[in-house]
Write a protein that binds this ligand. Structure first.
Ligand code: S3P
Length: 422
């Protein structure tokens, strides 16, 4: 069994969220091509539906019709972000400025994740938000008129940056955001598509409000590099594989995994590079590679591959020597504590690794054979798919509990796997 042929993985989750948000705030119709219709993006869509935005789904298109913010209606005061941190955090920036009072809730995992990082700057802008125990969802948000602020991001988080940028569109005056470490810049790129005027220089974003997005008519979503990551690692690890992943988003702030896989010695070729709007895309050919080597991953590389660390950890278990992942404490506040869960589940199948304060150390062994165990995604989509890739390398079946967590970002994951496994 090997992976071969061509595949276009699911649409990008981060870009789909932003496309839904900006299309819903803009008046008129926007066609989103190749959207991700995973549970997280549907949570964002459902919230705007409650405000009177309508949508139609056709083959690989999401057509959004919006009356614009001034035409929003507020029949339901409870909004559910489900499992989606991006929905909750980005939308807090919008809800803070709407002329109504709303309560934002989430599932058990999201209700444990830190929200103060978003509410602190929004409150400085004049937002009225009450968190539960001053930390977490549910949040009650009473819309206010906002004002611009100058803010230095204390954590490298694109969700926090984007929440402030969205609020800044509604605010009077200038907002300046200082970003010490670069994080994904899809909001910036999509602001350009929707004619929001801002300036970004030396990691400082300046935006003067109020200004509302204007639809470009259509938006093209690249295939998600975070979803492609599972296929890249599977093809590198399963003997005889030779796979082409089509139209993968290779935004500089997201493609750390490509740099890391090349550094580990992986046979990866980037072909047919081009742009969808401001987003760079390309096809990636991945071929089985026998002698991968361990590396150190740290510093500014971390935000460029934060969501790919569980699958990189799996690869590192069968690379030569040690892989050290540092500066990644943010992993502790993802859908699960991804340091503990990655280390725990990989240990259960026989890998040699341990967690540290800000990451993990993996002692790779090219002769390692994983052993059967009962493992679980713990409800985390990226852990579910990482464990599935591990199962491809085992003679016996790996029993994975809560595999359905994959529906959050990649409902077609298993169908796509079947398509390329020959
Ligand atoms: C995202 C940003 C990242 C990432 C998440 C999606 C986004 O989170 O982990 O999956 O779409 O902005 P942080 O901003 O918390 O780092």
């Amino acid at each position: 069994m090997r992976l071969s042929g061509e595949l276009q993985v699911a649409g990008d989750k981060s870009i789909t969220h932003r496309a839904i948000i900006l299309s819903s705030l803009a008046t008129g119709q926007t066609v989103i091509h190749n959207p991700l219709l995973g549970a997280d993006c549907l949570s964002t869509l459902e919230i705007f539906k409650q405000f009177g935005v309508t949508y139609q789904l056709t083959a690989n298109q999401l057509i959004i019709d919006s009356p614009g913010v001034d035409g929003f209606t507020y029949s339901n005061s409870i909004l559910d972000a489900g499992n989606s941190g991006t929905t909750a955090r980005l939308l807090m920036g919008v809800l803070s400025a709407l002329p109504t009072t709303l309560t934002l809730v989430g599932d058990a995992s999201l209700s444990k994740r830190p929200m103060k990082r978003v509410t602190s700057p929004l409150k400085q802008m004049g937002a009225c938000i009450e968190l539960t125990h001053d930390q977490t969802l549910p949040a009650t948000i009473k819309g206010q008129s906002l004002n611009g602020i100058e803010y230095e991001l204390p954590v490298a988080s694109a969700q926090v940056k984007s929440a402030i940028m969205l609020a800044a569109m509604f605010a009077s005056g200038e907002t300046k955001i200082h970003e010490p470490v670069p994080t994904r810049d899809h909001t910036e790129k999509m602001f350009e598509d929707f004619q929001i005027v801002y300036n970004k220089e030396n990691r400082v974003i300046t935006l003067s409000g109020p200004q509302m997005p204007k639809t470009p008519g259509q938006v093209f979503v690249p295939a998600d590099i975070s979803s492609a990551a599972f296929f890249m690692v599977a093809a590198l690890m399963v003997e005889g594989s030779d796979l082409i992943l089509k139209n993968v988003g290779l935004n500089e702030t997201r493609c750390g995994i490509v740099d890391v896989l090349l550094q580990m010695g992986g046979r990866l070729t980037i072909q047919n590079e081009r742009y969808f709007g401001g987003e760079r895309v390309a096809d990636i050919r991945v071929q089985y590679t026998k002698d991968l080597k361990g590396i150190i991953i740290e510093g500014e590389m971390i935000p460029r591959l934060i969501d790919e660390i569980p699958i990189i950890a799996l690869l590192a278990t069968k690379a030569m020597g040690q892989t050290i992942i540092k500066d990644a404490e943010e992993l502790k506040v993802k859908e699960t504590n991804r340091i503990d869960v990655t280390v725990g589940e990989l240990k259960a199948i026989g890998a040699n690794l341990f967690s540290t304060e800000d990451g993990m150390v993996i002692n790779g062994d090219i002769n390692l054979s994983y052993h059967p165990a009962l493992v679980s995604s713990h409800g985390d989509h990226r852990i579910a798919m990482m464990l599935y890739v591990a199962s491809l390398l085992m003679k016996n079946e790996l029993e994975i509990e809560e595999m359905q967590a994959m529906n959050i970002s990649y409902p077609d994951f298993l169908v796509h796997m079947q398509k390329v496994l020959k």
